[in-house]
Design a protein. Structure first.
Ligand code: SF4
Length: 82
């Protein structure tokens, strides 16, 4: 079986609640800030982020992005709406 990018995830073993904060606020001390700090050292950050964007993942921190950031990326990919 092909290796899965999740096998290299830096968040493995971390408290999942860190990655599903109640708020998207990512100021120092917030859960989202801690999650994004862990993501930034993750060797699969880009593939994780792409997976979350492509799959419409609309909850939690994935690839150092908040749900709002991923929605903005998806909107930008669609281009200007008429
Ligand atoms: S980028 Fe973040 S959420 Fe994605 S696998 Fe790595 S640590 Fe986990």
């Amino acid at each position: 079986m092909a290796p899965d990018w999740r096998d290299q995830a830096s968040c493995a073993g971390e408290d999942p609640e860190i990655f599903f904060p109640l708020s998207d606020s990512a100021s120092p001390g917030d859960e989202a800030f801690l999650a994004r700090t862990i993501c930034r050292r993750c060797p699969v950050l880009l593939v994780c982020r792409s997976w979350a964007i492509d799959h419409g993942e609309d909850d939690g921190i994935w690839g150092a992005t908040t749900a709002a950031q991923r929605r903005a990326i998806r909107r930008a990919r669609l281009g200007p709406q008429k």
